[in-house]
Design a protein around this ligand. Structure first.
Ligand SMILES: [Zn+2]
Length: 374
């Protein structure tokens, strides 16, 4: 096959792999077709899509490796080689094609996502501006702003900087095209931030028209799962427990039919499980709450995106401890408290699950009797 045809086929495969479930096969095929003489944007697009796919599978190390291989081409990835590389590219944007510069923006975003997934929040924050829109930016570069906003607001949220996340997302919503592929993600993330800030009425308002459209569709997509999880959390905040329970039942069916949970589905599933436990807890059905916290913990343990025993574990143990305490089971309450508190003392809080950190702040004072024993 002549080189030009190979490149054309690669281009078509890369476009197809974004919207189909043959992604992994298409990307391997592209890797075998691309050569040294192929245009850099094809190499960049191939690296970008492979890094995203690997991250969704929870393979953060290799996702990062792919980016280094395309960008700095270092043998041993270090903490500084990518930031240096992207900052240098940023200075040379006039020499880059708009298409390639947009792809650098997305590759840098993929790198930031890997940092966030690996709890390297400080590093991610330092590197947010390593790629920025220039004064001469083309529509192609503007188009990547919604997906970059999603990542930057994730970084702000990881630091508990909800106001910053809100401002960025609201600005993004204003310019969001109705066919923008990340539209639902942006809206859901803004709704989540509203919930974190205690503006659950704004979250309801934002989600209502979207969820109505999605409920009418026969095929329930990933976008629907996202919307429904955000809506359930909003309804918990609004104390609309019966509505939340009905939507959780639907989510339960959807998740039970899902064959493969990538990292983002793992998080959505855990958020739904947490909401279900919280409803029992708030309604003082403490027996049911203990059981549901237990189910949540089992799933968290089985998901690779929760591999490190971090804040989510601690929040579940502490909630369970409180439920046991209410049931009069002091020994179990103490044991859950000790485990939860030890993790909490070891590391910092994170904000992966909207409002969960605030929940822990409310639960902790109620566990005072146990803190005195330790
Ligand atoms: Zn490197």
């Amino acid at each position: 096959m002549p080189r030009s045809l190979k490149d054309e086929v690669s281009e078509a495969l890369l476009a197809a792999s974004k919207v189909s479930n043959i992604r992994s096969k298409a990307l391997s095929l592209v890797a075998s077709l691309l050569g040294d003489e192929s245009p850099p944007h094809l190499h960049a697009e191939s690296a970008l899509q492979r890094s995203i796919l690997l991250r969704l599978d929870g393979d953060f190390k290799n996702s990062e490796r792919v980016i280094h291989d395309f960008c700095c081409r270092c043998e041993t990835p270090g903490q500084s080689c990518l930031p240096i590389y992207f900052r240098q590219r940023q200075k040379q944007t006039v020499e880059l094609s708009h298409r390639l510069n947009a792809l650098y923006g997305l590759l840098q975003r993929s790198h930031l996502e890997n940092l966030v997934q690996c709890d390297q929040y400080e590093l991610a924050k330092e590197q947010i501006d390593d790629w920025q829109l220039t004064r001469t930016a083309s529509p192609m570069e503007w188009d990547i702003l919604p997906s970059r906003t999603l990542t930057t607001s994730k970084i702000f949220r990881s630091q508990g900087a909800f106001k910053c996340a809100q401002q960025n997302l609201e600005l993004c919503v204003k310019v969001l095209h109705h066919r923008e592929p990340t539209r639902v993600q942006v809206l859901c993330q803004l709704a989540d931030v509203y919930n974190d800030l205690g503006f659950s009425a704004s979250a309801s308002e934002l989600l209502a028209p979207e969820i109505e459209k999605s409920r009418k569709k026969i095929t329930k997509t990933k976008a629907f799962r996202r919307l429904l999880v955000s809506l359930v959390e909003t309804n918990v905040q609004n104390r609309q427990f019966e509505t939340a329970r009905a939507d959780l039942e639907q989510l339960n069916i959807i998740f039970s039919k899902l064959n493969h949970f990538n990292v983002s589905d793992q998080l959505l599933h855990v958020r739904a499980l947490v909401a279900s436990a919280q409803i029992c807890h708030i309604q003082e059905e403490f027996g049911g709450a203990v059981e549901r916290w237990d189910i949540t913990l089992r799933h968290v343990r089985s998901y690779n995106s929760f591999e490190a025993e971090g804040f989510t574990y601690s929040a579940i143990y502490l909630s369970q401890s409180h439920a046991y305490l209410e049931l009069g089971e002091h020994k179990r309450a103490q044991s859950s408290f000790d485990r939860g508190k030890a993790i909490l003392d070891r590391g910092m809080r994170d904000y992966w699950i909207p409002t969960f950190a605030a929940w822990v702040t409310e639960v902790l004072p109620k566990l005072q009797p146990m803190a005195e024993v330790t």
